[in-house]
Ligand binder design. Structure first.
Ligand SMILES: [Fe+2]
Length: 273
């Protein structure tokens, strides 16, 4: 692992359609976030490009495969591959989501939310501790986007996450778009959410675009960042300082210049903060 001081400013999620732009122009972005799952089962071209890009930029590893909320046993085959990748690329951080994606050994293509109860808190805490022990480093957990809640939840999302990062001694990857989407879908105040997050636990921020559906917001990562998310990002910077921030774009990925324009907007807010 590289010293966290290596991560500053605004990064961009590395996507294969931008490999050539990046290697040809070496654009002035501060770092790249690598979707670790795309590099675990390949020995081909993606690793070649990653090796080249890694020589010029700090990187973080961001995955979806830990299934931290599942009741399945932790998948140590997956974690072994992730550890091998981490040993090779030396990421500043490794992150995954507060979610579950597997049941009975079957993996789903969705990050599913959890009921927020003390029992689930203890369960996820234990699993994060096991993952951290195995990887030999603290990890970052991303707050999820969700479209339903559980009637048996006894804690709010922010209460659960605050307790989780403290009990597991891990960090928070604060996805401001997810926070806005959830606040809108479930009707809570996102500023209260920011207010109770422990400042020293927030290590990275995600910004992305949602899509407005009939009566809810859907976290597509396929749009420019919407104005209310920029406003909430400013509120996050006010509270936590200039946390390293990532522009995340996963569907309908636009030309590199469009992503850079979003990165420059985030940089401007940081400079003025
Ligand atoms: Fe995210």
């Amino acid at each position: 692992m590289i010293c966290p001081a290596a991560l500053q400013g605004v990064g961009v999620g590395l996507r294969s359609c931008h490999y050539q732009n990046i290697l040809t122009d070496l654009p002035p972005v501060s770092w790249f976030e690598i979707l670790s799952d795309n590099y675990l089962n390949t020995e081909g071209l993606p690793l070649y490009y990653l090796e080249q890009i890694r020589q010029h930029y700090p990187v973080t590893l961001h995955g979806v495969g830990m299934s931290l909320g599942s009741t399945d046993p932790l998948n140590f085959d997956y974690l072994a591959k992730l550890k091998q990748l981490a040993n090779w690329v030396e990421p500043v951080y490794i992150s995954d989501h507060l979610a579950w994606i597997s049941i009975g050994g079957y993996y789903l293509n969705e990050l599913l939310p959890l009921p927020y109860t003390k029992e689930v808190l203890d369960h996820v805490t234990e699993r994060i501790k096991q993952v951290q022990d195995y990887l030999g480093t603290q990890i970052l957990i991303e707050n999820p986007a969700s479209y339903f809640t559980f009637t048996n939840s006894t804690l709010s999302e922010e209460e659960f996450i605050k307790a989780l990062v403290e009990s597991a001694d891990c960090y928070l990857l604060l996805d401001v778009n997810n926070l806005y989407v959830n606040a809108s879908n479930h009707g809570f105040n996102p500023l209260n959410y920011l207010d109770i997050m422990p400042k020293n636990r927030v290590k990275q921020i995600h910004l992305a675009g949602y899509e407005k559906r009939d009566n809810y917001l859907f976290d597509t990562h396929g749009h420019q960042i919407h104005p209310p998310v920029w406003q909430l990002y400013q509120e996050a910077l006010n509270r936590f300082g200039n946390i390293p921030t990532l522009i995340e774009w996963d569907t309908d990925i636009p030309p590199w210049e469009v992503v850079m324009t979003e990165a420059k907007k985030a940089e401007k807010l940081m400079v003025n903060n």
